[in-house]
Design a protein around this ligand. Sequence first.
Ligand code: C5P
Length: 331
Amino acid sequence: MIQSIAGEKYTCKAPGKINLHLLIGERRPDGFHNLESVFTALDFADTLVFSLSGEAGKTVLSMKAEDPLLELIRRGQVFEPIAAEKNLVYRAVELFRQKTGFSRAVAVEVTKRIPPGSGLGGGSSDAAAALLTLNGLAASSGAGPLSAEALLEAAAELGSDVPFFVHAAGNRAACEISGRGDRIKPLSPPPPLGVLLAFPGFGIHTGGAFGLLDAARRENPAGFFVPRSGVNLNGSWPGPETWDFSNDFLGLFLDRGAEGEKTLYRRMLADLKRAGASFTGLSGSGSACFGIFDSPEGALEAKKRLPGTPYTLHATFFLASRVRQDYNTRY
Ligand code: C5P
């Protein structure tokens, strides 16, 4: 996971993801929902720089934004500043300290590109990157490291999507995910397709989206329980035009969303299709939509065909399909 080491600084990338498929089951006694999903890691990533200098035991976090997050902020998307202690990276460092006794100073600079609340797992991936990096450094400092199993357990304590990113660091992967998000079955690497992301000017609170789905299902179970289709990739990926994937939140937003949001979702999905996408969908519980194109270059070309949109576009590709050198060092 550590990409480069300069002096006492350790840099690593935290990839985003899209859910090609997301079916939500019933609410469980622990308040979470069982789900069935296909997660694919993206080349699109935040960057974290760790330094171990400073006062022992202290954790300091600083954040800066780059595009497309910066572009969204320029367009007036409001992000409520959250206290450092609530940030998942900070919580990951503190949890790691608690589990291992790691007591060195930790300063983390996070360069955020993945918009919070977009359903692309930026915060979860940042937290996984922190766990993996500290685990790599712990061995030389006499504290830890955690076993692969203990690392996945720590990840699940931080959030439902964090175990995928701990796992994805090992194989850059596409995975079939079930349970609360903690049952992970690796899939064969997806084909080298392009992905064009579309961000509306708002983020979506995951807990709120699950609450809305529960309420809609109480009122109209037949309308909001999509029949289970299951994921049946059988070890190989058919062409995206034949993918039988869907997302329970998309139907919910198109039915129950505010009028302006519904119009925007319809427009984003129609624009992506018009620009040549062979498959379109919503990632996680939103807010980002995506289109799948024949190649990474195809996604870039499609972006050029959609100038001046009231939403922000970003072209990327599946991480597994083109492993870059800077993602290659790992634990
Ligand atoms: O685990 P995470 O913090 O990402 O979850 C945020 C919220 O989303 C949870 O508090 C829960 O309301 C909902 N959630 C859920 N079932 C899941 C994942 C998340 O109900 N499998």
